[in-house]
Design a protein around this ligand. Structure first.
Ligand code: FAD
Ligand code: FES
Length: 275
């Protein structure tokens, strides 16, 4: 049995620059390709040798277990080091860890994805899943917000999803110059005009906590109950397996009970800051 505390060496096979500060790394096990199973919403601990370890969601397709994909924004020591990797470099991986988006429970319902910034990365596997199993779901809606047009993640893919007849995509930015023809404003503003059934929708939300807070308010105003809303919580982590207590909030451990929670189960701790 693999010890969950010991990183497995993976080799970087491809680095894609997504935005000025954001990169996608493709990884394969150092000892040859073998399947890596995960569920949409789960994360890995990525260990940059000699620097440290951070939780990063898996942003690739769960149906393609041959390559492990992570999309990382450089914000500090470890994430900067990870985004500095090149093809052929090695990285340590522990995981997959944590809970997943409720793809099975959502079958038969409209699926609404509301996301901002790098939050689109942890939701991309859920998008791939819905598109690959499109008949199992009702209306499919993706609402995405970025700071500026230059900060729109996976822009080409968003355009591809928008061009599908069975998917509604609406994008907004906080601020833009005259070259931008699209929406300006925060992502919760897109919710009132999206066509879905509030009583039969499963809503998946990931982004900065302030964005998630206003998104939930807008969803509630639309009549979506807290038991139909799922959020991914970001908290600093150390062990990722419920040992160290670093991510603990009352009875909940974000690393193993989350990061994906049904909102009514964490309403009380949602706005509690890191301890
Ligand atoms: C379950 C989970 C999934 C994540 N998925 C992704 C992802 O797909 N892509 C991505 O780019 N980032 C993701 N993150 C955030 C990522 O883990 C942090 O950005 C990273 O830990 C920062 O570490 P650092 O050493 O680079 O920066 P530090 O120097 O440690 O911190 C820089 C800044 O980031 C904040 N920060 C540090 N750790 C975290 C954290 N775990 N969560 C939130 N803020 C943090 C600090 O408070 C500080 O403001 C995820 C976090 C969690 C908990
Ligand atoms: S990170 Fe150690 S208990 Fe969650």
């Amino acid at each position: 049995m693999v010890d969950p505390m010991i990183p497995t060496p993976f080799k970087v096979t491809r680095v894609r620059r997504e935005l000025a500060d954001t990169f996608t790394l493709d990884l394969v096990p150092a000892e040859g390709r073998r399947p890596f199973a995960f569920q949409p919403g789960q994360f890995n601990m990525l260990y940059q040798f000699g620097i440290g370890e951070v939780p990063i969601s898996i942003s690739g397709d769960a149906a393609d277990g041959g390559v492990l994909v992570h999309t990382i924004r450089a914000v500090g020591g470890v994430s900067n080091a990870l985004t500095g990797l090149a093809a052929g470099d090695m990285v340590g991986v522990r995981g997959p860890f944590g809970s997943a988006w409720p793809m099975k429970e959502a079958e038969g319902a409209d699926v609404v994805i509301v996301t901002g910034g790098i939050g689109l990365a942890p939701l991309r596997p859920a998008i791939y899943h819905v598109l690959a199993n499109r008949k199992k779901y009702g209306r499919f809606i993706i609402l995405y917000g970025a700071r500026t047009p230059a900060d729109i993640l996976f822009r080409k893919e968003l355009e591809g999803w928008r061009s599908r007849i069975d998917t509604y995509v609406d994008v907004t930015v906080d601020a833009a110059g005259t070259e931008w023809q699209g929406n300006v404003g925060v992502v919760p503003k897109l919710i009132p005009r999206a066509d879905f059934d509030p009583a039969n929708a499963t809503v998946l939300v990931c982004g900065p906590e302030v964005m998630m807070r206003f998104t939930i308010q807008a969803l509630n105003q639309r009549g979506v109950g807290d038991d139909r809303i799922w959020v991914s919580m970001e908290r600093n982590m150390k062990c990722a397996v419920g040992f160290c207590g670093h991510c603990q909030f009352g009875p909940k451990f974000v690393c193993k009970d989350g990061p994906v929670f049904r909102f009514d189960t964490i309403r009380d701790i949602f706005q509690v800051r890191e301890i």
